[in-house]
Design a binder for this molecule. Structure first.
Ligand SMILES: [Zn+2]
Ligand SMILES: [Zn+2]
Ligand SMILES: [Zn+2]
Ligand SMILES: [Zn+2]
Length: 594
């Protein structure tokens, strides 16, 4: 079989389907996609709202308490609180609908979605962690979003097996960390990025097994270094004190110097560890997988997948939040935990043979279901016998081909396509699609993605930004009653909440680690971390090692490399061609960083 070039139905760009891709689609009994990788990712991510939270009333029978939820007040969705939704007080199959062969499937699904009660926040197996979303197995957490097996975390996004940390993004196996992006297996690490196995350090980039360092890049097994200079223990302690890392003023200076060092450092084309024949970024222990990102180990024969792993095999277009014993899954988000043969789902755990379903658990043979738990043979939440189900499914698939859904722009969605964007319960800018595949309002609307105008509320600020204390010393418990003003004051594009609060758990953490109070709201802090995350895509590029120095002359090589003159190596990297970082191939990078 030959590779096939197709034109994306959404953006009109060409994309390639390789012979291996066809083998996968065949295994899933699916036609090849008609949207490109980027448009497929946006479409899927539109079902995942992690951070746009609203206040609504609980609609469970006899309830009327305020809830925090991912559904904006005007959305026609019935919302239940966590406890009631997970209880046996109601039965999702009571909402079952007969399949109507006179209407497109996606239209029927959308209608069902407006009737079946939804979880206010997508949260499961939570202990004292009510304000967490797309989280599973959290304990004592607050605003933990897109997380798995975590404890005592607040204001975090994408954390796995981490504890006692605040403001971390893409975190594997960390403890006592603050303001870190893509760090793993570290302890007491602050303001750092892309570092592994480090402790008691501040402002590290691409460091491994370092301790007691400040403002360093590209170091291995280092101790007592400041801005990549070696000091004795006594000198280090003295210098560190002078830097004033416990004050916002001190941090600002160190941050500036660190960012300067960052641009002069070299950057490996991809962070891939203990992997075989794999491409992507920030992946570990991965086999024969391509275009995969942020995997915490154990992914095999997969492609276009993000944030997951743990004995997952044969996954395409999966994530974020996939794996842990998942096999044969296509175009899914937040799906896995011993699941197999799944396509077009959002939040499906421990299930088999599921198509076009959301928030379903421990079930088998589902098609077009919502909120179903421990059931089998259901279509649009209606239960059937095995025989009836097996007779109906091929007819429905055929019906989806014969009477496809046609969106407002005339695009056609048949069986084998994810839910059309306009049927998603989120607007583009409420979903994480805007984090990973950003578009301006104008661009989004041109493509036909719904956009939501946020209401501008003016919170009652009790502490103006310029009066936020410079250090944590002397800040008393009453701070948790105040509303602090964000440095952006709502003037940014980062969905600024203008005012923000400090929670007691957070205050205790700042005191313990001598961290000054934040000066930005959670949304602005999150966006500032996002800027340090490379995109979930790859570009073909050339090594920027010119022989004795980097192409831009900012980095001087320290050793002789294997090549004569300019390095001829090419690679696939998530550093876009217009980025300022100096990107080296594996050999050149390994020659320099030892
Ligand atoms: Zn496209
Ligand atoms: Zn803000
Ligand atoms: Zn090279
Ligand atoms: Zn070189």
């Amino acid at each position: 079989m030959n590779p096939e070039t197709k034109t994306c139905k959404k953006c009109q760009n060409d994309f390639t389907v390789t012979p291996e891709d066809f083998v996968f689609y065949e295994k899933m009994h699916m036609p090849a996609p008609t949207f490109c990788y980027e448009c497929r990712s946006r479409r899927r991510m539109m079902w995942r709202n992690e951070r746009s939270l609203y206040k609504r009333k609980c609609q469970a029978p006899g309830h009327s308490e305020d809830l925090i939820t991912i559904y904006a007040p005007e959305k026609y969705v019935v919302v239940y609180d966590q406890k009631y939704w997970w209880s046996d007080e109601w039965d999702p199959t009571d909402y079952g609908q007969e399949y109507d062969f006179n209407r497109p499937f996606f239209e029927q699904f959308k209608e069902l979605f407006s009737q079946v009660p939804q979880l206010a926040l997508s949260n499961s197996n939570a202990v004292n962690s009510d304000y967490c979303n797309v989280a599973d197995q959290s304990k004592n957490c607050y605003m933990a979003l897109g997380t798995y097996k975590i404890e005592n975390l607040s204001y975090v996004n994408r954390a796995y097996e981490s504890k006692d940390s605040v403001d971390v993004y893409v975190s594997f196996g960390n403890e006592l960390c603050y303001e870190c992006v893509s760090c793993s297996d570290s302890y007491h690490l602050l303001y750092s990025r892309d570092s592994v196995g480090c402790r008691d350090s501040y402002f590290l980039y691409d460091c491994k097994n370092c301790s007691d360092c400040v403002g360093c890049t590209n170091l291995r097994n280092a101790k007592y270094c400041i801005f990549n200079e070696q000091y004795t223990k006594e000198e280090y302690e003295q210098k560190k004190k002078e830097l004033g890392l416990d004050s916002q003023a001190g941090l600002k200076k160190v941050r500036e110097q660190f960012e300067e060092l960052y641009t002069k450092s070299i950057h490996e084309f991809a962070r891939i560890a203990k992997s075989v024949d794999s491409t992507g970024d920030n992946i570990i222990d991965t086999k024969n997988s391509h275009w995969c990102f942020d995997l915490f180990g154990g992914m095999e024969d997969s492609k276009y997948s993000h944030w997951g792993g743990l004995q997952a095999k044969d996954l395409y277009d999966a994530g974020p939040g996939v794996g842990d014993g998942g096999e044969l899954m296509y175009d899914v988000t937040d799906t896995g935990i011993q699941s197999a043969d799944i396509a077009f789902t959002n939040v499906v755990y421990g299930s088999h043979d599921v198509r076009y379903s959301v928030f379903c658990h421990g079930s088998k043979h589902l098609f077009g279901c919502i909120g179903v738990r421990s059931q089998e043979y259901c279509i649009l939440n209606k239960k059937y016998s095995k025989e009836e189900y097996e007779e109906l499914i091929p007819k429905i698939k055929q019906h989806m081909m014969d009477m496809p859904y046609v969106d407002k722009k005339g695009r056609v969605y048949t069986y084998g396509e994810f839910f059309p964007e306009e049927t998603a319960p989120m607007a583009f800018n409420e979903s994480i699609a805007i984090d990973y595949f950003p578009l301006s309002k104008k661009e989004a609307e041109a493509y036909g993605y719904p956009w939501r105008e946020g209401e501008k509320t003016a919170p009652q600020i009790t502490i103006k930004n310029e009066y936020i204390p410079d250090t944590i010393e002397g800040v008393d418990d009453s701070i948790t009653k105040e509303v602090l003003e964000c440095a952006h004051k709502g003037a940014c594009e980062d969905n600024c909440s203008v005012g923000f609060r400090i929670i007691p758990q957070e205050l205790e953490f700042y005191r313990r680690l001598k961290i000054p109070l934040p000066t930005m709201c959670f949304s602005c802090r999150h966006v500032s971390r996002l800027k340090h995350k490379k995109p979930l895509r790859l570009w073909k590029r050339k090594c920027q090692c010119a022989g004795e120095h980097s192409d831009n002359g900012k980095y001087q090589n320290t050793t002789q490399h294997q090549h004569e003159g300019h390095c001829p190596n090419e690679f696939e990297t998530s550093y876009a061609p217009d980025r300022e970082e100096i990107v080296y191939c594996e050999q050149c990078y390994n020659a320099e960083v030892v």
